[in-house]
Design a protein around this ligand. Structure first.
Ligand SMILES: *[C@@H]1O[C@H](CO)[C@@H](O)[C@H](O)[C@H]1NC(C)=O
Ligand SMILES: *[C@@H]1O[C@H](CO)[C@@H](O)[C@H](O)[C@H]1NC(C)=O
Ligand SMILES: *[C@@H]1O[C@H](CO)[C@@H](O)[C@H](O)[C@H]1NC(C)=O
Ligand SMILES: *[C@@H]1O[C@H](CO)[C@@H](O)[C@H](O)[C@H]1NC(C)=O
Ligand SMILES: *[C@@H]1O[C@H](CO)[C@@H](O)[C@H](O)[C@H]1NC(C)=O
Ligand SMILES: *[C@@H]1O[C@H](CO)[C@@H](O)[C@H](O)[C@H]1NC(C)=O
Length: 490
C-alpha cells in the first residue's frame, strides 16, 4: 500500500515528545517552531482591550470604565468605540458620544480604536474603507475625538489569497489615514487563532480568543498553552463578574500576561522532545541562525525538554551523502555546547519509506549508523523515523529506529477501516511507536488520548486541519496536556 499522500509541512516545524514520568509513557506533541522559535523576549506589559459597545445615555454610563482606568494608571486600556456596529451613517457620532469620547481622551493610559466589521472579508471593501475614513474624519471635529486605530471585527481566520489581500488593503488604509493618530493601531478579531498566512506586519494585535469569562475559566488550561509572540495576541473576555473588581482583576490580568511562559513550564512533569526544523532541515549557513540559536539554547535549558533535528529524505531519493551532511550540520551546533547551550540529541528522519526494498533498507541502516556515530549529537543520539503509516517489519528492524511514527493521519482517515486494519496488521510495540492525529473534534480528544495510549507511547493530537505543525490547536493543545496529565497521575 503506498503511503497516503499527506500535506507535508513546508515551513519550519517541530515536534515535541513528552514523557509523562509517572507512567513512564512517552508522548509526541507537535509544537509550532514558527511560533516558539520566533518568540521575542519581552517584559510583562499588559494592555486591556475593552469593547465599549455601550451607548453613553448620560455622563455616568461609562463611569465603571473611567474608574478602572483611574485605579490602574499602570495598565494601558485600548477601548473599542462602536456607535452603531461601525461609525454610523453620519460624519460624526451623537453629542453624547462626542462628550464621552472626549472625556476618555483626558486619560493618558487610554487609546481609542473604532469598530469596523469585515464579515470575514466578505463585506464590500468599499464600505469597510469608507467606515475607516469616517473614523479618521472625526479628528476634523476635535483632536480629542481622534481615534488611535481601527478594530476589525469578524476578521477571517481561514486562508484564501483574496482574503489576505482584502485584510492587507484595509490595514494599509488605516496605516495611511491622516486623521488617525499615534501608531494607527490595527487590531484583527478572528476570535480564534487565524491561519499563519495572516501575518502582515501592519496588524498590531490579533484577538485569538473571544468568549465569556466563564468559558475562559473552564478553558484556561488550553489557553495557557497558546504560544505566541504575546505582544501580538490578545484575549477578549466579556461577562466578567462585578466581584472581580480590584485585586482579582489585577491578578487575572497578570495571569493572562504570562501565558506565553506557561508553554513548557506549566507541565513540569511532562518531558518535551522538540524537533527543531529551521528549513525542512538545518537551514542555510550560518546554521543555526541567531533566532534559532537563542531559542534552541533556551529550550535545552529547560530540564523537561529534549531537542532533535529534522531532516527529510524524500523516501530515500535524497542522496545519502546530502542527508549525512545535514546531520553533520546539526552535530556542529554543539561545537561549543558548554558555553552556548546549543546542540540536539538526535535526528528525526521524515519521509522514511514503509515498504521493504533492499536499497532503502541499506540507506536507512547507513543513516542510522551515521547518527549513532556522530559525536556532535548529544545524549542518546535518538533516531526517529516518520513513515506516517506502519512500515513493513523489515524496514524497522536491525538496526531499528528508536521511535517510529506509525500513523500521521487526519482524524476521519484515522478512523477508517483501511487505516485501522493496517495498524492491526503491522503491529509495533507501543514503546516504540507514535501517533499524530489532526482534525480531532474537541469532544473526542480525551477519549482518543485514552485509546491511543493503549496503542502507542507517543501521541500527538490537534484539532487543526492543515499547517498543524506551525501552531497550537487553540483548544486541543491544552486539552491534550490535560488529558495526559490526568491519566498519568492515576
Ligand atoms: C444615567 O442613565 C442610567 C440609565 O442608563 C440611569 O440609571 C442613571 O440614573 C443616569 N444617571 C444620571 C446622572 O442621569
Ligand atoms: C502604556 O503606553 C505608554 C505609551 O505608549 C508606554 O510608555 C507604557 O510603557 C505602556 N504601559 C504598559 C503597561 O504597557
Ligand atoms: C461595493 O460598493 C461600491 C460603492 O458603494 C459599489 O460601487 C460596488 O458596486 C459594490 N460592490 C459590490 C461587489 O457590491
Ligand atoms: C476632514 O478633513 C480632511 C482634510 O482636511 C477632509 O479630506 C475630510 O473630508 C474631512 N472629513 C470630514 C468627515 O469632514
Ligand atoms: C513591513 O513589511 C514590508 C514588506 O512587506 C516592509 O517594506 C516594511 O518595512 C515592513 N514594516 C515594518 C514596520 O516592519
Ligand atoms: C476597589 O477599588 C475601589 C476604588 O479604589 C474601592 O472603592 C472598592 O471598595 C474596591 N473594591 C474592592 C472589592 O476591593
Amino acid at each position: 500500500m503506498p503511503r497516503p499522500s499527506l500535506k507535508r509541512p513546508r515551513r519550519p516545524w517541530c515536534i515535541a515528545i513528552s514523557i509523562a514520568l509517572v507512567l513512564v509513557v512517552i508522548i509526541v506533541i507537535v509544537v509550532p517552531c514558527a511560533v516558539i522559535l520566533t518568540r521575542k523576549t519581552h517584559g510583562e506589559r499588559t494592555n486591556v482591550l475593552f469593547p465599549l459597545y455601550i451607548y453613553p445615555t448620560n455622563d455616568s454610563t461609562w463611569d465603571p470604565l473611567y474608574d478602572s482606568v483611574t485605579t490602574h494608571p499602570d495598565l494601558n486600556f485600548t477601548v473599542i468605540i462602536n456607535p452603531s456596529s461601525g461609525p454610523g451613517s453620519s460624519a460624526y457620532p451623537s453629542d453624547e458620544y462626542i462628550t464621552n469620547i472626549e472625556h476618555l481622551s483626558t486619560y493618558a493610559n487610554v487609546r481609542k480604536v473604532g469598530y469596523v466589521r469585515t464579515g470575514y472579508a466578505t463585506r464590500n471593501i468599499s464600505t469597510v474603507l469608507s467606515e475607516v475614513s469616517t473614523y479618521a474624519g472625526w479628528a476634523n471635529r476635535s483632536l480629542d475625538l481622534a481615534m488611535d486605530g481601527i478594530f476589525f471585527d469578524e476578521a477571517p481566520y481561514d486562508y484564501s489569497a483574496a482574503k489576505v489581500t482584502y485584510m492587507d488593503t484595509i490595514n494599509e488604509a488605516v496605516k495611511s489615514a491622516s486623521g488617525l493618530q499615534g501608531s494607527r493601531m490595527v487590531i484583527h478579531n478572528p476570535g480564534t487563532v487565524p491561519d499563519s498566512r495572516y501575518n502582515a506586519n501592519t496588524t498590531d494585535v490579533t484577538v485569538v480568543f473571544e468568549s465569556s469569562y466563564q468559558d475562559y475559566e473552564s478553558e484556561r488550561h488550553s489557553l495557557a498553552a497558546l504560544a505566541s509572540d504575546r505582544t501580538g495576541y490578545a484575549y477578549m473576555l466579556h461577562s466578567v463578574p462585578d466581584s472581580l473588581s480590584n485585586g482579582t482583576l489585577r491578578k487575572f490580568v497578570d495571569t493572562m500576561s504570562r501565558k506565553a511562559e506557561y508553554l513548557i513550564a506549566a507541565y513540569p512533569h511532562l518531558e518535551f522532545l522538540v524537533i527543531v526544523n529551521p528549513n525542512s532541515g538545518p537551514g542555510a549557513l550560518p546554521s543555526p541562525d541567531a533566532n534559532y540559536a537563542r531559542e534552541v539554547a533556551r529550550l535545552n535549558a529547560c530540564p523537561n525538554v529534549y531537542t532533535v533535528g529534522y531532516i527529510r529524505i524524500d523516501y530515500c531519493r535524497k542522496p545519502l551523502a546530502e542527508a549525512c551532511e545535514e546531520i553533520d550540520l546539526y552535530a556542529s551546533w554543539a561545537a561549543e555546547h558548554a558555553t552556548t547551550g546549543l546542540g540536539v540529541g538526535g535526528i528525526m528522519v521524515d519521509e522514511t519509506p514503509n515498504h521493504h526494498a533492499a536499497p532503502a533498507a541499506a540507506y536507512l541502516a547507513a543513516l542510522h549508523e551515521h547518527i549513532k556515530a556522530s559525536s556532535g549529537l548529544l545524549r542518546d543520539r535518538l533516531v526517529v523515523h516518520n513513515p506516517g503509516t506502519p512500515p513493513d517489519y523489515t524496514m524497522a528492524a536491525d538496526p531499528g529506529p528508536d521511535l517510529i511514527l506509525v500513523c500521521e493521519e487526519p482524524h476521519p482517515r484515522y478512523r477508517s477501516n483501511e487505516v485501522q486494519h493496517r495498524l492491526r496488521e503491522l503491529h509495533y510495540d507501543r514503546v516504540r511507536c507514535g501517533y499524530m492525529i489532526s482534525q480531532v473534534p474537541r469532544d473526542e480528544i480525551r477519549a482518543l488520548v485514552h485509546d491511543l495510549r493503549q496503542r502507542a507511547a507517543y501521541v500527538f493530537i490537534t484539532e487543526i486541519e492543515g499547517d498543524f505543525y506551525e501552531r497550537f490547536g487553540p483548544y486541543s493543545w491544552g486539552a491534550l496536556m490535560e488529558a495526559l496529565s490526568l491519566q498519568s497521575e492515576k
